[in-house]
Design a protein around this ligand. Sequence first.
Ligand code: KIV
Ligand code: ZN
Length: 380
Amino acid sequence: MKQVHIFDTTLRDGEQSPGVRLNMEQKLEIGHALVDLGVNIVEAGFPISSPGDFESVHTLATELKGVTICGLTRAITKDIECAAEALKPAERPRIHTGLGVSENHLQHKLKMTEDQALEKGVAAVKLARQFVDDVEYFMEDSGRAKREYLYRVVEAVINAGATVINVPDTTGYTTPDEYHDLFHDLINNVPNSDKAIFSCHCHNDLGMATANTLGGVMGGARQVEVTVNGIGERAGNTSLEEVVMALHIRNDKFNLETSIQTQQLLSVSKLVSRHTGMLVQRNKAVVGANAYAHSSGIHQDGVLKERSTYEIIDPLLVGAEKSEIILTARSGRHGLKHRLSELGFSFPAERFEEVYTYFLEVADTKSEVGDEDLYELVKR
Ligand code: KIV
Ligand code: ZN
């Protein structure tokens, strides 16, 4: 089975989330957790952006073993030299450089023609290759760029020595079928495309980051750029746990594997949430507090008979303890009987009906009926 490389950018694009600031100790703890989780590449930061970020990339490059450490740069000499210096201690250093490719970015941000930008990108890759063997080239705003120009850029930067081609949907604009076709077309129309790995990098402005990334993988991408809990600029980046579990659970469709130890997904999610202060929404896919909780009577009845009736992910697979039965006014007799028996209570049918009536009275007054409530109502 073929592998999809997991490129984690929690410490770079994730840390760009408004309001997030990680100190060195927190970055190191997250970095070690990412290595244990099994990611292939850690994007440690943007070394030229501040002395603090330089220090972080240098420290992570020194401390983290068995993983590629990547530093972001603009296509500017001083950025590349700075990243090369920060990455010096890394076992496997990668410089991630590039610039915009859409008409919008060329005209409004870069104020360059296509040819000028292309020349600058090629020069940046050549310079980066003087320091490291592994150079990733990002084509910012690929999602809104012209195909013909992308073909020219990809061919030129691969010829200049780029080993990975990042095709970011920087603004979260594309749809999954468009992003799929983008990879398919690049891989099939650029003559030297077999000399590089193609990478997905999606933002979640329209809530399509995970779907787009999976679309890109179906189109031939073999690296995905993701963050834990999907944190990142604006509406965030593609969530690591969602892509990994989609590839795992729907292996019948993708036939691709990752090196991720899925049992650690929940603990890494909690660690990142704690250090960044970014709470995980309760109904978040894979790692949300409600992801394996069942509250309605119909679902509880099904899950108690056979978990797979309503759960496609075994909670143990992501490191959650087990499915949870939450007692609410929508719960039924089966759910109540189950929880009472876990607490050591068993009642004859008539008495149980009485307890069930009391339960509904309490349930109508609050969002969740807890064990303390059950202890009280069985005394009535
Ligand atoms: O979203 C983006 O285009 C980026 C690049 C800098 C890789 O984060
Ligand atoms: Zn990004």
